[in-house]
Design a protein around this ligand. Structure first.
Ligand code: ACO
Length: 428
C-alpha cells in the first residue's frame, strides 16, 4: 500500500500522498493542501520545499554524495570531458563515439557570435563587472535568434538553441574579460577543444599565440565538470521559474547568471579570494578572523564555508582541494593564500561553532586558488562558474519544459495593514 501522511487541522484529519524518489527520498505531496484545507505551507528560503521531481542530479548532503544521471562526481571528474558531461546532463546518457563527434562538431560550428554584438561590448565601461556583461549578452542573444522565442518549437529547433548557447558562452565570457582589459577580441579557433578554445580567447593576442598547457586544460576541464549541475540551487531554481513562464532559453539562463552572481551563491569564489587577501594583508592572524566569523554582531562570514544542503562535507571541495595541490605543484607556483586557506580550514574544522553548525568548506573555498594559478583574474571567477553550470541549467530548463511544469508562483502570508481610509494629500 502506498504511504500517506496525515495532517490534523482544527480537529479534522486530511491525508496526503507520500512521494518516494529512486534514492528513497521522501516528500509529502501537498499540491492539494490549499484546495482541501484552505491552508498553505510557509517555508522561507524553501529549506524544506521540493519544487519539482527531477532525474538529472542526485545529492545527499548528509553523506556528501553527488551524482549526475547516476554517475558519481568522483568518476566523472576523473574520467570524462566537460562536453561528455554536458551531453550526459542534457540527454540522460553518456554519448557513444559518433554521438559525441556530432555534438562536438555542432558546438564547434556555432562558437562565433554575431559581429554586431562586438559593439555592445564596446559600449560597456572598462570597469564593468564581467557577470553583468555576461548576463546581458546572453539575454541579447535572443534578439539575434527571434525564432528561439517560441516555446513550442520542434525538438530539433530547441536543440539548436541549446547548442548555440553552449557554443557561444565561452566566447562571450572571454570577450567580457578582453573588453575590461581593452584588449582586442580573439576569435574562436575551431581546431581547439572547448577548454583550449576558451583559454585561447582569454589569453592569446593578435601578436602572440597562446601556448596551451595540458595541465591548465585538464584542471579547467575538471573544474567545469564539478560545477556542471547541483539540482535545485538558487540559480537553477531561477532558470526553472523564469522558464516556467515560457520565457525563452536565453532569457532564462541570463536570469540564472544573475542569480549566480551573489556572494552567497556562485559569487562566493570571488569573495573567498578577497577574504584570503584581506587576511594576508592584515598579517595572517587566522584566530582573529575565525572569531570575527563567529561574532553575531559582526557581519563577516567565512566565505566558502557552509552550504544549504551539505551538512557533512562537499564532495566537490575534496576533489578541488586535491586538484589545487596538483596544479600548484605542476605549475610550480607558491601561493601564500593557499597556506592561509589550509590553516583557516584546519582551525575552523576544529572549532565548536563550526562543528555544531556543520559548516564545512564548499566548492568555492579552493576553486579560486586554482583559477588564480591558471591566470584567471578574480572578477572572472564567477563567470567560470557560469561556464561550468551552463549544461546543468540547460538540462534543467529542458526537463522543465518537457514535463510541462506549471508556472512557478509561490504564495505568501500577508502581514500588512488590513484596511485604511484614503486621506487627501493636503490632510496628510
Ligand atoms: N561563517 C560563519 N557562520 C556561518 C557561515 C559562515 N560561512 N555560514 C553559516 N553560518 C552560521 C549562521 O550564522 C547560522 O548561525 P546561527 O544558527 O547561530 O544563526 C548557521 O550557521 C546556519 O546558517 P544559515 O545562514 O541559516 O544557513 P543557510 O543554509 O541559510 O545558508 C549559506 C547557507 C548561504 C551557504 C551560508 O553558509 C553562507 O553564507 N556561507 C558563506 C557564503 C558561501 O560560501 N556561499 C557559497 C555556497 S556554495 C554555492 O552556492 C556554490
Amino acid at each position: 500500500m502506498s504511504e500517506i501522511a496525515k495532517i490534523e487541522i482544527e480537529g479534522k484529519q486530511y491525508e496526503f500522498p507520500v512521494v518516494t524518489g529512486t534514492e528513497n527520498e521522501k516528500a509529502i505531496d501537498i499540491s492539494k493542501l490549499r484546495s482541501s484545507t484552505g491552508y498553505i505551507t510557509l517555508d522561507p528560503g524553501y529549506k524544506n520545499t521540493g519544487a519539482t521531481t527531477s532525474s538529472i542530479t542526485f545529492l545527499n548532503g548528509e553523506e556528501g554524495i553527488l551524482k549526475y544521471r547516476g554517475y558519481s562526481i568522483e568518476d566523472l571528474a576523473e574520467k570524462a570531458t566537460f562536453l561528455e558531461v554536458a551531453y550526459l546532463l542534457i540527454y540522460g546518457d553518456l554519448p557513444n563515439k559518433s554521438e559525441l563527434d556530432v555534438f562536438t562538431a555542432t558546438i564547434t560550428k556555432h562558437t562565433l557570435v554575431h559581429e554586431d554584438m562586438k559593439q555592445f561590448f564596446e559600449a560597456y565601461p572598462a570597469k564593468a563587472h564581467p557577470m553583468g556583461v555576461l548576463s546581458s549578452m546572453v539575454c541579447s542573444l535572443s534578439t539575434f535568434y527571434p525564432e528561439s522565442l517560441d516555446p513550442n518549437r520542434s525538438h530539433e529547433a530547441k536543440d539548436l538553441t541549446m547548442m548555440r548557447l553552449i557554443a557561444k558562452l565561452p566566447t562571450l565570457a572571454a570577450w567580457s574579460y578582453k573588453n575590461a582589459m581593452r584588449h582586442p577580441f580573439m576569435y574562436p579557433k575551431n581546431d581547439f577543444d572547448y577548454c583550449e578554445n576558451f583559454l585561447h580567447m582569454m589569453f592569446a593576442m593578435p601578436t602572440e599565440e597562446y601556448k596551451v598547457d595540458p595541465v591548465v586544460v585538464n584542471a579547467l576541464n575538471k573544474l567545469l565538470i564539478l560545477h556542471a549541475d547541483h539540482e535545485q540551487n538558487c540559480s537553477t531554481s531561477t532558470v526553472r521559474i523564469v522558464g516556467s513562464s515560457q520565457a525563452n532559453l536565453f532569457a532564462s539562463i541570463s536570469a540564472g547568471i544573475s542569480a549566480l552572481w551573489g556572494p552567497l551563491h556562485g559569487g562566493a569564489n570571488q569573495a573567498v579570494i578577497e577574504m584570503l587577501e584581506r587576511i594576508h594583508q592584515d598579517g595572517g592572524d587566522i584566530d582573529k578572523w575565525v572569531e570575527k566569523a563567529k561574532d553575531k554582531d559582526d557581519s563577516f562570514r567565512l566565505m566558502g564555508f557552509g552550504h544549504r544542503v551539505y551538512k557533512n562535507f562537499d564532495p566537490r571541495a575534496r576533489i578541488i582541494k586535491k586538484a589545487c595541490d596538483d596544479v600548484l605543484d605542476k605549475l610550480n607556483i607558491e601561493d601564500p593564500l593557499l597556506d592561509i586557506a589550509k590553516k583557516l580550514e584546519k582551525v575552523a574544522l576544529e572549532d565548536e561553532y563550526f562543528k555544531d553548525r556543520n559548516l564545512y568548506p564548499n566548492v568555492d573555498f579552493y576553486s579560486g586558488i586554482i583559477y588564480r594559478a591558471l591566470g584567471i583574474p578574480t572578477e572572472m571567477f564567477t563567470v567560470m562558474f557560469a561556464l561550468g553550470r551552463l549544461p546543468g541549467w540547460v538540462a534543467q530548463w529542458k526537463e522543465m519544459t518537457e514535463n510541462k511544469e506549471p508556472i512557478g508562483r509561490p504564495r505568501q502570508i500577508y502581514t500588512g495593514i488590513v484596511k485604511r481610509e484614503f486621506v487627501e494629500l493636503e490632510k496628510r
